[in-house]
Design a protein around this ligand. Structure first.
Ligand code: FMN
Length: 341
């Protein structure tokens, strides 16, 4: 069974062009819990940004529960003018997934992604995330339920739960569901992120897709460092439609920028200042963010120059954005004397 690509995904494919106007795979920033919120997505956009963003994963049960609705609001918040991300949701009950997916269009979402790869014990205990690899019939029902929303449905998953070889049956089942995009994190649940991603399987998975679901876009994920690395992989494995990058962005906020361009420390500090400003902006709304959670970003922006770790240590002692700004103001003169990274 095949269905035409949705207009949403077709546009992303059509607009993915390199600097010379040649077709290239689309790039996305991976959904990352407590990272890829509206604040960080906008900072990454400033640093070059991918073609597609995903929200943090959101519990479908909370979305449809009258009392829990509030707790997930922040995860799905999108700022005016921000490129609309894809909503990633997780759950185990078809009626709950259908209910949650149907709420998304009125929030402005144009596509939904189902999490079928999360290795977290709590999510697995809830019969969701990577547990679905062990329960393909349930996974199948969830995909059908999400389609009730009328939104294009994609799936992000891993190769298997215990063993790599599980991908033969598991991905066959997913391809047979005619999803718009399959994002494959090239590891099993058991492997967590402890072993190298299985790039050696990419060609076989492309062949499966070509045979079973030629209209499904295939997006690879795992250990891709940056844009140039993604292009190299796509050239080595013709048939890759998309490349998703997660931790690469935490190492380098400019990961989606073509070429390996040098950036000054002043530019990195400007990104941190943007993060602080957007944090304050979001905290004026209903979805309050915890200041402590901001601290993980200090090392993303402030690294690779002399005294970076001393400055980060000082910043770790702060308790408010104004304290961070004051410290930056105090040290910025000295810092900018240091060479570009
Ligand atoms: C901090 C963090 C949070 C994550 N949260 C999610 C999530 O909410 N949903 C999801 O599908 N994957 C999540 N992942 C997995 C990533 O999306 C991605 O599959 C994984 O990091 C491998 O890609 P990478 O090597 O490019 O980072 C998370 C990963 C990290 C590091």
């Amino acid at each position: 069974m095949t269905t035409a690509k949705s207009a949403f995904w077709q546009k992303i494919v059509d607009e993915a062009k390199d600097e010379n106007g040649n077709k290239r795979p689309f790039f996305s920033m991976a959904p990352m819990e407590a990272v890829t919120d509206t604040i960080f997505r906008r900072v990454v956009a400033k640093a070059g940004g991918p073609d597609v963003y995903y929200t943090e994963f959101t519990n479908a049960a909370s979305m449809v529960h009258p009392e829990a609705k509030f707790s997930v609001q922040g995860r799905l918040a999108v700022a005016p003018g921000e490129k609309m991300p894809i909503a990633q949701i997780w759950g185990s009950k078809p009626e709950v997934i259908a209910g949650a997916a149907k709420l998304l269009p009125e929030m402005g979402y144009e596509a939904v992604d189902l999490n079928m790869g999360c290795p977290d014990g709590t999510v697995i205990k809830n019969d969701a995330g990577s547990d679905l690899i062990r329960h393909p019939d349930r996974a199948k029902a969830l995909i059908a339920a999400a389609k009730e929303s009328g939104l294009p449905v994609s799936v992000k998953t891993r190769l298997g739960f215990y063993k790599v070889e599980e991908y033969h049956d598991w991905l066959t089942m997913i391809f047979e569901q005619d999803v718009q995009v399959l994002t494959i994190h090239l590891r099993t649940r058991k492997e967590m992120s402890k072993v190298d991603a299985h790039f050696e399987l990419i060609d076989d998975i492309i062949a499966m897709r070509d045979r079973l679901a030629p209209d499904t876009l295939l997006q690879i994920n795992g250990d891709v460092k940056d844009y140039e690395h993604g292009l190299t992989l796509a050239a080595e494995h013709p048939g890759i439609d998309g490349v998703m990058i997660g931790r690469g962005v935490l190492n380098d906020p400019y990961a989606f920028e073509p070429g390996h361009q040098d950036h000054t420390l002043a530019e990195s500090i400007a990104l941190l200042e943007l993060q602080l400003d957007l944090f304050d902006e979001v905290n004026k709304t209903a979805s309050i963010k915890n200041f402590e959670a901001l601290k993980r970003y200090f090392k993303i922006y402030l690294r690779g120059f002399p005294h970076a770790s001393q400055l980060r240590q000082l910043l770790m002692e702060t308790h408010a954005t104004d304290q961070v700004r004051a410290l930056l103001a105090e040290h910025v003169g000295d810092l900018l004397q240091t060479p570009a990274r």
